[in-house]
Design a protein around this ligand. Structure first.
Ligand SMILES: [Zn+2]
Length: 194
């Protein structure tokens, strides 16, 4: 399932970083898939072992909780609720989505909408996108439930989302990066949500 978060390693690689500026304080944080343990310059091996046992499980647990929250936020149920809320907030509640889900197959477009049924699909590629970008794509698709094509009337509805211009620029940038990296070269050509 593409909604599943990446598994969090319970015994991650630990990178010890000695700092001359640190006197007593020790801290641990994630850097990619490793945990960086920052210790004073003078730390002994025994002290480092002790802090590894103390601090690494805590940061592992914290990342697990964050991953679980992220997966929950990005579930299909939440996507429908989110779309309903955006319709209320920006479209006077007139767009009534019946079914809003992530689609792993949606690789050529950011989203799609079927006015006759109220079904909206959003590309799973947007699961990691900032919330305000996802919201823009949802507003775009919600507006399609009211106006099928990109008419001036449609653009007026879409522009009610305050960050529309910025979000469109973000999506254009992602599409550009994909093209440049040779990924989905044809697919992303029309960067707008369709
Ligand atoms: Zn469109």
């Amino acid at each position: 399932m593409f909604n599943d978060p990446m598994p969090v390693p319970s015994q991650p690689e630990v990178v010890v970083r000695r700092s001359a500026r640190r006197r007593r304080t020790v801290s641990a944080h994630w850097s990619e898939d490793a945990v960086v343990l920052s210790v004073p310059q003078s730390a002994t091996r025994r002290e480092i072992e002790h802090w590894t046992r103390e601090l690494v499980p805590r940061v592992v647990e914290r990342r697990r909780r964050e991953a679980a929250r992220g997966a929950e936020r990005r579930s299909d149920d939440n996507l429908l609720q989110r779309a309903q809320e955006l319709s209320r907030r920006h479209l006077d509640g007139r767009a009534r989505p019946s079914d809003v889900r992530w689609s792993a197959r949606q690789t050529t477009r950011w989203g799609s909408a079927t006015p006759a049924t109220g079904v909206i699909r959003v590309s799973a590629q947007l699961q990691e996108a900032p919330e305000w970008v996802l919201d823009f794509v949802l507003v775009h698709e919600l507006a399609h439930l009211l106006e099928a094509d990109h008419s001036p009337r449609f653009r007026e509805l879409e522009a009610r989302y305050p960050l529309a211009g910025k979000a469109q620029a973000f999506l254009d940038g992602v599409a550009w990066a994909h093209r440049t990296a040779g990924r989905a070269p044809e697919a992303q050509r029309g960067a707008s949500p369709s």
